[in-house]
Design a protein around this ligand. Sequence first.
Ligand code: PLP
Length: 355
Amino acid sequence: MADLFSDYEFFRNKKYSALCQEELALVFGQNTYHLLTHSATGGLEMIAKAMDIRPGDEIIMPSFTFVSTANAFVSHGAIPVFADISISDFNLAFTEIEKKISEKTRAVVVTHYGGHSTNLDAIRQLCDAHQLIMIEDAAMAFGNSYNGQPLGTIGDMGVISFDITKQISAIQGGVLLVNTPDFMDRLDAIYHIGTNRTRFETQKVPYYEWVDTGSKYQMNELNAVALYDNLLNRAHILNKRKELSRIYFNELSSYADLILPEHKLQENIHLFYLLARSEEEREALRHHLSEKGIEAMFHYIPLHTSKMGKKFPSGTLPVTDHVSGSLLRLPLHTGMTEQDVVEVCDAVKRFYNGR
Ligand SMILES: *Cc1c(COP(=O)(O)O)cnc(C)c1O
């Protein structure tokens, strides 16, 4: 440890950030420009800045998502227009997006719930037809793709989280994926505290100076060390999660509504969840598991029903309300053994068999 901290050049040269970049280029391809950030939250804030959001601009997004999706835009005066999700995958429902488009709409943010996507071709076409920016909150979706294209690279811009709660982790971190050249120069300046540092480093200008607003969005080098380790081990980590999820699926599919279709088990699994028939049933199951020392969690308090979200008009979002009331996430992490998963499944079965 002391050796590490005495090595000034080690940190200054950002060797591990560069190594992570090389790995990420393998995952996301050469056409996508990626910036390692301190979080997906930071990446979304950069996107809002680059879009020059003005007060009153409308951004269509799910209510069934994490607060960061909305915060980035609302901080610049935008109005989050919450659209309902589909019961088949908990992602924005296409017809609900269509209904919410107005003269003031600037962008659609799609969240890939649990890391799984919906029909993104249709949403891409809708955005193009209305000249809207498409943003992917792919925070949960590292390593998954849609029609062979990595999630996060289909919208104009996307973010992926490497938080400790996600499958591939930097402890804290994220990556901003920029797929449309229009935004690259601005995002690059915003990323470098509002300077044209990249142009200086690539010897396009003799010095670097203040050219835009920005902040210190870069990933800390210590986090890059952690991320590089996880990226090198990604096949093992992702496979282990798939194997554990397969056990959940086989054991529980005849007991509870798992929502996830079997073919999705071939994708990377960020969360394994079931849908109870009601909030009462979900809470009863949660308590039943808790008594056995098993921590199962709900997801999310929908943004439109939260203290901040209520400040914006949303209309009714019946599917969002139903799903957030009934969804239960079962434990899933690489420290679990197959036997641990079987024990959770047995506890769930005992609940449905009348205990
Ligand atoms: C985790 C998550 C975020 C935030 O990611 P951070 O890296 O912790 O900032 C944003 N959106 C969604 C959908 C998430 O799941």
